[in-house]
Design a protein around this ligand. Structure first.
Ligand code: NAD
Ligand code: UFG
Length: 339
């Protein structure tokens, strides 16, 4: 009776595994370390005193995954495994199609074969494409994705919907994350991007730790209160808790459900910089640059459905996230790499 967590050594997966272990769930992790490090497992042990069972497998490898399903009694799956760089997906679309869609197809095949009924899937606000209004609701139009990464998320949502139509006993939670930031309060696990960070918060923390000279603020002529892009930044621990809420929801056999996981609040780039400075008593140098292609003015969630139907809402705010992201970066200036 175990929960299979694919991508469980990644950023969101590792925080979710910690909460699952703390709640007493039996956890099996699968990861191929394409974007994570074995050290994460030691950190999970340090926080929880527990060692989840771990398999170093590419989820696209059907034969090896089948062996795992034969060995473990899997009841539920949380499918985090996926490649997530928007920029890389534009350069290597086939890699994203093969990995993200391929891994999801393998899981659905094995769910059918081994009669596993419940799956929680990591989708993204990116499926809403270029929004014509905010806040975004789950039944707002999707599509018009501006990059192959986003399209893979939409395609997997479609696969899941078709699977649910054919398998009446399937229970599927599609979770559309907004912008995860922050880290576990222990400072032992956090986001560890390879190379130059694409995302705002890891870039800010790398400026703070002296790894980068200043933050590039991509555009200050957006239609927002200070001209910089507005997003819905959600603390990764709140997001992780959303997965526990989703597992509980699946126990009530709801069929396929879709939830936005966000805070419902919009925060601009400069708001986040100021919050980071205030929370940590630091100054972040920044320069205003050209807009980044593909960015939208504003993107934030209406997350009321997740509260109504799962009793889940975000409890932490951007100040908590700024403090926790900085603790993680300060304690681990090279991420999980040892000095
Ligand atoms: P991450 O890269 O830190 O974690 C993903 C994990 O999956 C990594 O440990 C990686 O090694 C593993 N992985 C990838 N492909 C695999 C494969 N074929 N087999 C086995 N393991 C594989 O990313 P994250 O931020 O934790 O994101 C988790 C999920 O949430 C992803 O699916 C991502 O697309 C989605 N998501 C993330 C964000 C975000 O901003 N972080 C936003 C929306 C959705
Ligand atoms: N930004 C900067 N400088 C940086 C990085 C980002 O000014 O160095 C700005 C962006 O222009 C944007 C905001 O900060 O206005 C947030 O950018 P991120 O790259 O952190 O996040 P995005 O909203 O662009 O994208 C994120 C994930 C995607 C996911 C999307 C869904 O990275 O994978 O949220 O909403 F699809």
């Amino acid at each position: 009776m175990a929960i299979l967590v694919t991508g469980g050594t990644g950023y969101i997966g590792s925080h979710t595994v910690v909460l699952l272990l703390e709640k007493g769930y039996d956890v099996v992790i699968v990861d191929n370390y394409v974007n994570s490090k074995p050290e994460v497992l030691n950190r999970i042990y340090k926080i929880t005193g527990k060692k989840p069972r771990f398999y170093e497998i590419d989820v696209c490898n059907e034969a090896k995954m089948r062996d795992l399903f034969k060995k473990e009694k899997i009841t539920d799956i949380i499918h985090f495994a996926g490649l997530k760089s928007v920029a890389e997906s534009v350069l290597k679309p086939q890699l994203y199609i093969d990995n993200n869609i391929g891994s999801s197809k393998v899981l659905l095949k094995l769910m059918d074969e081994f009669k596993v009924h419940n799956i929680v899937f990591s989708s993204s606000a990116t499926v809403y494409g270029v929004p014509d209004h905010v806040p975004l609701k789950e039944d707002d139009k999707v599509g018009g994705c501006t990059n192959p990464y986003g399209q893979t998320k939409l395609d997997i949502e479609y696969l899941l919907k078709e699977y649910a139509k054919e398998h009446k006993d399937a229970n599927i939670a599609i979770l559309r994350y907004f912008n995860p930031i922050g880290a576990h309060e222990s400072g032992l696990i956090g986001e560890d991007p390879q190379g130059i960070p694409n995302n705002l918060m890891p870039y800010i923390t790398q400026v703070a730790v002296g790894k980068r000279p200043y933050l590039n603020v991509f555009g200050n002529d957006y239609k927002t209160h200070d001209g910089t892009g507005v997003r819905d930044y959600i603390h990764v621990v709140d997001l992780a808790n959303g997965h526990l809420a989703a597992l509980k929801k699946l126990e009530s056999k709801p069929g396929l459900v879709i939830y936005n996981l966000g805070t419902g609040k919009g925060t601009s780039v400069l708001d986040l910089v100021k919050a980071f400075e205030k929370a940590n008593n630091l100054t972040i140098k920044y320069e205003i640059k050209e807009r980044r292609p593909g960015d939208v003015d504003e993107n934030y969630a209406d997350a009321s459905k997740a509260f109504r139907e799962m009793g889940w809402k975000a409890n932490l705010d951007i100040v908590d996230a700024c403090r926790d992201s900085w603790r993680w970066q300060k304690n681990n200036p090279k991420g999980y790499d040892k000095d």
